[in-house]
Structures are given as C-alpha cells and as structure tokens.
Design a protein around this ligand. Structure first.
Ligand code: SAH
Length: 412
C-alpha cells in the first residue's frame, strides 16, 4: 500500500509546478513558455504562485501538484501572469485579454491538477482534490469550483464521487469546459418525526432522494416518536378529553423530540402535516427548498394534542382535501418536491425549472424515439432542428393546455 502525504510547495518547486500547469493545458513541450511559466510560479502575487500550490508525495517522492486559489481579485492577479507572458513571449503570446473569468470571490478555484504519468491510477489526483476541499472548508470558503473538459467522463465521474455537480459552462482557450461546483456549507437538512419510520425509510432511500443524500446535497433524518416517550409501554397516544372516538397523540413525546432537535440547531420551520393546513403547492415547495433546516411532524389517529400546534408548530401543511391515515405520505410528498429542486439534485439544472407550475403554466407534451411508433407520429416541428420554432411551439402548447385544463393558473 502506497503512503500518500502532502506538503506545501516552496519556491524551489517552481519549475515542477510550471511543467505540471503547462502539461494540464497541453503546452509542456514549449521550452520558452515553460521558462516564462516558471518565473510566474516563483512569484507570490500570481495565480500560479508556488504559494497557491500543494504537492502530493507517494512514499516520499513528488507525484503531482494542485494549484488552487480563492477567486478574490482574480482579474488583477491573472493580468500579472498575462503581462509577464506578453513581455517574454512577445508576438507568440496568445491573446488572452478577452478570456472569460474562470472564477470569482467566494470560490476556491482548483485551477490546475496534475499527476505524473508513473503515478497515475493510484488515487493521487483524488487525494489532492480532497486536500483542496478540506482547505476550503477550513478557510470557510463556501464553494469549491473546477473546470472539466466537456468530453472527459472519467474525470467527471471522479469529481462527482467527491460531491461536485455541474454548474454551467466555461470557454477557455476556445475549448468548452463544464464548471463543476461543490458547496462546503452543510446541505439542507430535513427531520421527519413519525411513529412509522418503516413507512418513510424505503421512500427516502430510493432513486433520486437516495442519490441526493449520497451526494451530500441533502440530509434526511427519521425519528421514531416512540423513542421519545417516557411511558413504560412505549405509548405515544391516549384517549381524547370530551369522550369522542379515536386516539390523540400526546404532548410529551412530541415535545421531547422537537425540543431535542431545536436545541441542536435552528429550524426555519417546524411543520405539522394536517388536512386543515395550508395547501402544499409548487411555490411553497420552492420557498421551503431555500430553507437550511426543516422538521416535518407526521400525525396519526385523530391527530395531535392541540397544544403542540399552538406552542411548537410554525407551519401547518395539507397535501390536499382528503384525509389520510397518517402524515407519512404527506411528509414523503413534501420531501420529494422540496429535494428535487435543490440545485444539482436533478442532472439537468434546467429540467426542474421547466416543469409544470414553475411559471404557472402546465408543461408542454414531451416525446422520445422513435419518431414514428405504429404510425403514431412525433410533431414535425420537434424534428425540424429549428430551436426558435421549437421553443415557440412549446410555449403555445403550454398556453393552450393551461387554458384548457387549468384556466385557474392563468389568473394567479
Ligand atoms: N382528525 C383529523 C384527521 C386525522 S388523519 C382531521 O379531521 O383533520 C391522521 C393524520 O394524518 C393527521 O394528523 C395528519 O398528520 C395526516 N393527514 C391526513 N390527511 C392529510 C392531508 N390531506 N395532508 C396532510 N396530512 C394529512
């Protein structure tokens, strides 16, 4: 097993760093450029400074480097390197003036990662990236950002496994790159309180919700209310005052569970699922998805002791005008709708925003291959390749369907 370690680069590493940086953009064979780059790496005020570089070692031997920096004053610092390049390379220098900004303040930008050929496929790159992420976390920099070539699925997979997600595109030296971003701040957290954890567990560990948790875009915790009761038989309900039928969930276990959670962190809302609550819809899902921490309490039986609603609950939500046996399905519906619009949860950032209700319009119809199935044809316009015509068609369809099926949405 190889022994990985990391050290800060020193000025003596400048030539090594320069070669790695040039290698990463495919210019390592240009000796003149390499010399210039070395000069840039020797300085302290440039982006490629040795002071912005760490070096990974395998069994004590230099194996690769990561040059990374926080994006404040990015342009000014980039300009220093450009000027040195222009000065030394003269007409050979690439025209860099109108290049797109690769990063900005608030981002820790992993600019250049290089592993020497003989050390590849051993996890050195991943190790360096982890060091970079750790540094950003310790420094309280909210985002870690990098660019990956549009056609490099292996690299993209590695970045994703570390928690990066796609966040836009970037054109550098006329090449197309994906920007990938990782947030160092803790993800949104949802705490669900229920007497039936076995009903909610499988749901949150399936498909997109499971993937979102694995990629650290959301944390979902389920609490069994019975763990909080002081009753020796594990009861959480009792007969209602006034002698009506059914059982009522008691104050004590609910209070104990909510109080424990709220003593640990601030919650934006303590939600109770109830048919007489405010009706859940897309705008509510959008606004709840901006929260840091949410509690969702599932009721059962006749409901919960009203004093909990008066004293501890901040928001009461119904998922529709019908009565369910418990709040678990309501909690699942809300969690699903809230989590799927957290940036990065659904692969294509655009897709969650183009769904029904996002702009008070129903979504247009969608089709996939083949274009002709048993004589059932896909509308010609979708096969035309004319972007403008297609967008217009989609808009017309959305309007027509909303007018016909949900005219009430157009009045909102
Ligand atoms: N007696 C209550 C209904 C209790 S149903 C009443 O008439 O209002 C039991 C539990 O299921 C409720 O406490 C609530 O948590 C949940 N529940 C039932 N229907 C719901 C709905 N439409 N939306 C959200 N939660 C619901």
């Amino acid at each position: 097993m190889n022994n990985f370690s990391v050290r800060k680069a020193t000025i003596d590493d400048a030539a090594f760093i320069a070669r790695n940086v040039m290698e990463a953009v495919g210019h390592a064979s240009d000796e003149k450029a390499l010399k210039t780059m070395t000069r840039i790496c020797q300085r302290q005020d440039t982006l490629y400074s040795y002071t912005n570089t760490i070096i990974a070692m395998v069994d004590g031997v230099d194996a690769g480097s990561l040059t990374a920096y926080e994006g404040t004053n990015y342009r000014e610092k980039r300009q220093i390197s450009f000027s040195i390049f222009k000065e030394e390379m003269g007409d050979d220098a690439m025209d860099l003036d109108d290049m797109q900004d690769e990063t900005c303040a608030g981002e820790y930008y992993l600019d250049s990662l290089c592993v020497l050929p003989q050390f590849r496929k051993q996890g050195v790159g991943k190790y360096l990236l982890q060091q970079g992420i750790e540094y950003a976390k310790n420094q309280g920099i909210p985002h870690v950002v990098l660019a990956v070539e549009a056609q490099n699925p292996d690299a993209e997979r590695l970045y994703r496994s570390l928690g990066f997600r796609k966040a836009g595109e970037l054109f550098i030296f006329n090449g197309r790159y994906h920007r990938m971003q990782l947030d160092t701040t803790p993800p949104m957290r949802i705490d669900i309180i229920t007497v039936l954890p076995e009903m909610v567990e499988p749901f949150i560990h399936t498909s997109i919700l499971e993937r979102a948790q694995k990629r650290n875009l959301v944390e979902i915790h389920i609490h069994n209310l019975r763990d909080y009761t002081t009753d020796k038989h594990g009861r959480v309900d009792d007969y209602p005052y006034g002698g009506c039928a059914g059982m009522v969930m008691q104050c004590q276990p609910i209070d104990a569970c909510i109080s424990k959670l709220t003593s640990e962190r601030h919650y934006d809302e303590v939600i109770f699922t109830t048919p007489d609550g405010e009706q859940f819809d897309q705008p509510m899902a959008n606004s709840l998805s901006m929260a840091r921490n949410l509690i969702i309490l599932c009721g059962h039986f006749k409901g919960i002791d009203y004093r909990i609603r008066e004293h501890l609950i901040t928001k009461e939500v119904s998922i529709g005008d019908y009565v369910l046996t418990g709040g678990e399905l309501a909690a699942a519906v809300m969690t699903d709708a809230i989590v799927r619009i957290i940036p990065g949860v659904i692969g294509d950032e655009q897709s969650a925003l183009s769904d029904s209700f996002q702009d008070n319009l129903l979504a247009p119809p969608v089709y996939s291959r083949p274009a002709d199935y048993k004589g059932w044809k896909v509308p010609d316009v979708l096969l035309s390749g004319n972007e403008k015509l297609i967008r217009n068609w989609e808009m017309d369809q959305a309007m027509e369907r909303t007018q016909r099926l949900r005219p009430d949405l157009l009045k909102k």
